[in-house]
Design a binder for this molecule. Structure first.
Ligand SMILES: Nc1nc2c(c(=O)[nH]1)N[C@H]1C(S)=C(S)[C@@H](COP(=O)(O)O)O[C@H]1N2
Ligand SMILES: [Mo]
Length: 338
């Protein structure tokens, strides 16, 4: 079957109407049938997106309401053989979230202690319209969208995850950046009482976990601020209540449990770069041609897998989103700017 890829950057608000594409978690497949002209989607992704066996969370009422009002706007690359949505148990059970430990099972085991309500986000730096915002007020003016993205970890494993959230661009526009704003810097919560990984004196990370994007990357329509996944709120281990998702970059760029978003003049130093600048760079674009100093990036293990069926697949340039994002890097030496 030939899969057409909808280019989110080609989509405009007017292409989609809430009526034609309205969907809710339980009605997802029904909702998909009403897509307007100009939008292509994979029948496969459609068949995949059934969350009926995903456990309900206990999201606050305002978030449940936003989620039930989600619009489908952009389903991105889908190869019927490879891009199956990971089972919820894998996406919420095999995680990197060093604030809760370094084992893949630690976040699921220990992130329950994170208090995600109330939550506020500081928007500051080179903006005319900054401040501290309750998450609810931060989210409310925007329409929730579902995005099914590949997540490719720098450690060479990957999953396909359906996120719910709002384009980061909307938040940045609302903040009204000054002409000096060139980058966006993000910080995760610091609270050793709630985050046991921050109590360890052996931790290699100098908290807070920090990430950054160039302003054009942050404004790109694929860049999402996620508040949910699998038709429900984010499990704590996946970065509740607010995390970044930048699908064409290695997973470490997709910072979790964000409390601060700053528009800045200088390129931020992100946490992994600070630990090992020769291994992890600022850009961290998925690139099968530029190996990590200690392993190849040409292939990846697509989860779920097993010892007997490792499910190794080729890694794609920009994680399969080259049509969308490659032009942002025209003229940039991707070998130097890894
Ligand atoms: N604050 C914070 N954000 C983080 C991390 C982390 O350790 N701390 N790990 C990153 C890495 S390495 C990956 S691969 C993704 C994993 O996201 P997931 O657990 O939702 O799949 O989160 C990223 N965001
Ligand atoms: Mo990662």
């Amino acid at each position: 079957m030939l899969i057409k890829i909808a280019k989110p950057s080609d989509l405009h608000e007017s292409d989609v109407t809430p009526e034609s594409i309205y969907l809710s978690r339980r009605r997802f497949m029904g909702g998909m049938a009403g897509l307007g002209a100009g939008l292509a989607l994979s029948g496969h992704a459609q068949a995949n997106a059934d969350y009926s066996d995903v456990p309900d969370g206990d999201a606050p009422a305002w978030l449940k309401e936003k989620i039930s009002d989600t619009q489908w706007r952009a389903i991105t690359p889908s190869d019927p053989d490879k891009d199956k949505i990971a089972p919820f148990d894998d996406a919420s059970g095999y995680n990197n979230f060093f604030e809760f430990g370094t084992d893949k099972g630690d976040p699921a085991r220990h992130a329950g202690s994170l208090q995600t309500e109330p939550w506020s986000v500081v928007v500051d730096g080179e903006v005319n319209n900054g401040g501290r915002f309750a998450l609810e007020d931060f989210a409310k003016p925007s329409q929730f969208e579902e995005r099914i993205y590949r997540l490719r970890c720098v450690e060479a494993w990957s999953m396909v995850i359906p996120w719910l959230g709002i384009p980061l661009a909307e938040i940045i526009k609302r903040a009204d950046p000054t002409s000096k704003a060139k980058y966006v810097r993000f910080e995760t919560l610091v609270d050793p009482d709630q985050m046991r990984g921050q109590r360890s004196s052996f931790s290699i990370i100098d908290w807070p976990y920090v990430e950054g994007l160039r302003l054009d990357e942050a404004m790109h329509p694929l860049t999402l601020l996620a508040m949910g996944m699998y038709g429900r709120e984010l499990p704590n281990q996946n970065g509740a209540p607010l995390r970044l998702v930048v699908p064409w970059k290695y997973g470490f760029k997709s910072i979790k449990s964000i409390v601060r978003i700053s528009l800045v003049e200088e390129e931020p130093v992100n946490s992994w770069q600070q630990i090992a600048a020769d291994e992890y760079g600022f850009y961290a674009n998925v690139n099968p041609e530029v190996d990590h100093p200690r392993w190849s990036q040409a292939t990846e293990r697509r989860l779920p897998n097993s010892l007997f069926s490792p499910n190794t697949i080729d890694t794609l340039m920009f994680n399969g989103y080259a049509d969308e994002v490659a032009e942002m890097y025209a003229g940039l030496d991707l070998r130097k700017n890894y």
